[in-house]
Design a protein around this ligand. Sequence first.
Ligand code: TNX
Length: 537
Amino acid sequence: KKLIVLLAFFTLSIVTKAQDTDPNLGIIPAPVSVIKSPGTFTLSQETSLFADTLTNKAVIFLSDYLQNTTMLRIPVKLNSGVNKNNSIVLTSAGTDGLPAEGYRLTITPTKIIIAAKGAGLFYGIQSLIQMMPLERTATAKLPCVQIEDYPRFGYRGSMLDVCRHFFNISFVKRYIDLLAAYKLNTFHWHLTDDQGWRIEIKKYPKLTSVGGFRKETLIGNYYDRNPQQFDNTKQGGYYTQDEIREVIKYASDRYITIVPEIEMPGHAGAALAAYPQFGCDSTINYQVLTKWGVNNDIFCPTEKTFSFLEDVLTEVIALFPSKYIHIGGDEAPKVAWKQSAYCQAMIKRLKLKDEHGLQSYFIQRMEKFVNSKGRSIIGWDEILEGGLAPKATVMSWRGEEGGIEAARQNHDVIMSPSNAGLYLDHVQGKLSTEPLAIGGNAPLQKTYSYNPTPSVLTDAQKTYIKGVQGNLWTEYIATENKVLYMALPRLLAVAEVAWTPLANKNFKDFSENRLPGQLAWLDKNNFNYRVPAAVGI
Ligand code: TNX
């Protein structure tokens, strides 16, 4: 805490200094182009706020923001075409040639104009907000500038695992607030796993009543990989469909798409505890898992299982408007399928090569179903094994290799390599001095320096890299503050990887000029974070 106070103190001086030395005016992620000019605009109670429509989500966000964080009470008025002096103008005029999600933010001594369509207006507003003073004031001086900005990638994501530990919707919304502030546009919600099933499915209530809870260790090391003693109290939780709808709306108001993940055929332990008939071995007493790792008990590819999964996905698709449905596909050991006479006969009957062929058949079948509902699948890079489903997008996590291979096969790719700083559950400093974590090595600079387009790909192949994602698995993260400690400030680095053109990236400018101001914003908004070793003070 002392450190934070100290940091906040230095931050104030750095923020003022940074306005002069930082080419990016403190904005994270750094914009495409920033041209400063002399002078300032003074925002005050006399300033007017104009917009094309009053019901626009971005307009409402700005008006709420000013209301909540300043002493100003400025009503939004409809653009009349006549631009009065001393006004903020939000408009879709003047957006010619702007790429998707882009905006033009112009500040002159008499006006602030944000020209943008759709999400771009929201992002222009985020940049403006980052230039505003942190203190609750009645006036704010903003430097004159011309910013043109748009993202490098269309998919800018972060995944939160709510299965290994459950987090309620008010926390999920706070996590979404972070994505919104840093122009990330996709929240990948990891909803099912061995240790918990977190989404209400009306047709199969036991998924949550049984699969949503597990025994938890209270004796011995809470984080033991193989805990032996339990107190037999339930641990877990789940989201009702109403809560899910509430979160989707909250995200959508911030131009964030939620990609739900329903794991198959592996990481199915919680589902099998609820409905053992979808496993391969009727003699096993499946339980919601209480230890971490890879589980041999996976879904059995029977017709009954396929109908069950289709029923589940039907409800998921009805809830989530996202183009993508993530169906997992990772870490599915083939032990159970090898031992199952049913699976072996199926492999013969379908003339498949082996169990990997069977997994490929499984995923392809689910892809057909998802496609028939007008949606597309994403799968972890294991879905390459045994042959990719025809239209699948690959999320590359075991390094970049899966993503490279998928791009070579003309498939879309989201890069999220666990060895390149994109796994936010990995430690940010020395293992010995960090709070207990899964391990790994992902200091801020490593995350920041990641480039999602591998140089071994041709320019044409690189176009298949649709974006990048930071993943936060929660085996060793049981509290909200620890989620934030692990996510921050690395999520800001992920945002810059996803948004900022390669040529504009600069770790020194990011960490020394711009990060301190954002850490102060995080403090003000009660977001816990790991104080980075190098913030230039
Ligand atoms: C691997 S990443 C997993 C997760 C773990 C994670 C821990 C992936 C597709 N599977 O189940 O939580 O490692 O870092």
